[in-house]
Design a protein around this ligand. Sequence first.
Ligand code: ZN
Length: 666
Amino acid sequence: MKNYSIQLLKPQALSLLLSVALLAEAQSFENQFVRPLGTVINELSSRFDVKLKVEVDTVGKLVPWADFRIRPYSLEESLSSVLSVFDYKALVQPDGSYKIKKYEYMRRTPEDGRKMLNFLNTLYANQQEWEKRRECLRTEVKKNLNWEQALSKKVLNPKPLLSKIRTYDGYKVQNFAIESLPGYYVTGSIYLPKKKGSYPVILMPNGHWPDGRYNKDEQTRFATLARMGVISVSYDLFGWGESELMVGAAAHRTPTAHIVQLLNGVAVLDYMLTRKEVDATRIGANGGSGGGSQVVMLSFLDDRITAACPTVNLASHFDGGCPCESGMPVSLACGGTNNAEILAAYAPKPLCVISDGKDWTASVPELEYPYLQRVYGFYNATEQLSNVHLADEGHDFGPNKRKAVYGFFARYFKLKATSADESGITIEPKEMMQSFGGQVDNLPANAVRSLKEVDQHLNKKTAAAISSDLDIEKKSKVWIDSLKLNDPAKEARVRAVVMKHMKIVRDWHNDHPYTTVPAGINPLNGKPLNEIDREVIANSGKPASVHTDLMSGLRKDLTEEQVEKILDFYTIGKVDFTMRGFKAIVPNMTAKEEEFILKQLRLAREQAVDYKRMKAISAIFEIYKTNCEQYLNANGRNWRQMYKEFTDKIKAEKAAKAAAEKNKNN
Ligand code: ZN
């Protein structure tokens, strides 16, 4: 067995040894209260007489301090304490049972929704304050959605591919395919009133109903509205229906779907407004479930929409369970938002929210509707807002929900036919509703054949990259605020310099990890290159301007002292921290020695700011610390000896303290 002498260990290693010893001791005590998660859940179920449906993996999962976590007065608190160990959570169901699920970023609890809305309400007490917040939402929601980028790639004035018109009892149907992004076609059907005239148009984005827009309930709604004097336009979800021919079905559950589906809505509306029978002053949006999520976003993004009716989707505690609804992190905008607040930005335009008692929209009458009423109240426009709540119904687009939709649009679009007649609607087979006959071979020659071809137009940032951008923005703000420059223009310039540098450094290191440098031998010592050596080599390929732009940008607006402060933020104060370490170890440090060491540490700092990982930053400092040790040795000091004396002293102090402690306890 190797016998390590304790004196050779660095102070960190010493404290690590102590913690390991303490932990081992604690473990044996704690072990007495560790119990399998499955057992604990079963016990909670019988103790509180409640059904707990487990939708997570419990195999091999152990709950530390299990019994202590159970609170006899509260099932919810007990569940929360037990499940939080694994990042699981319990969601109460309408029947009083609970589902135990993994943490889901998009799904919270009605109680969370209540707290969030209460919090949001504190941010604005009148129209002026609300509009300030709305301005922030308009900027950041779009940014988090990468919306401007997507809009810039939208095909301008595409020539639509239109089918022959099919005529039925009181309405007509025509299929279309419109190139929304280069090579990507949004496909759907237009339901037209039978007679010629000027009609309102309603965008009908689809939800995840069985068969999508071919679904019977869906077709019934589109056709009935056409009979009432509305042009209703339904179109496929991304990756569903004929979109699947271009990007495949798996493409649906991606953040790309979130962006493209909304862009499709805009492209369809662009086209509809070129048709002479469309009245541009009456533009509606209506959809259920995932289609309702699209209505919330479309009414936020596209000012042309004059009346909106999201159906069975709205909740302050649920962003939509599919990446096509919540794949891009819009709810992170402005420090945190939700669909209710995004929809509130639609005030004071006519809005009808349809909800039911058996899905997440059950909270609408109590939470989201009163919240929306308050914001509509800022405009004295509460009469423009309505909620049709069907307490006994579930998550569907059944007759009563359709009736509510017909009534809302009849009122606001002043339709002549105020009563809707669903009898005798022709439910078409899906083949009839398709533009390409469901065949890849019938796609236009330029049509994309993969998700990748769509993504290349979007230059889509991943949610992780966006959240990392937000981190960089926050960090740079804290740093520059601390300088108290009292000059907004200067602050903005310095912040821009820092953010640009941090983003380039992050992207460079993400794109050039150390693994891109072949493992080789360090010519100086003949040893294999380690991770950090390889990272340094990878970093040397980065353009020198990345660093010089940072330094010159900072120096343009800041004093040398302020520049140093920023560099210290980058390197979490390592210059000062390391200097104090040297002073503790080197007795009676001379001014000359201090000057040399400080110079080395400053060099380390300036080099380290170009690295992303703290591990790399520390390694850079190690290199310069070694330089300092060699300098001291070459100038009459003995580093090894000084270090040993230092650790001995620390050890003696600790022992004395422990002895004093022991005496006190005795
Ligand atoms: Zn979806």
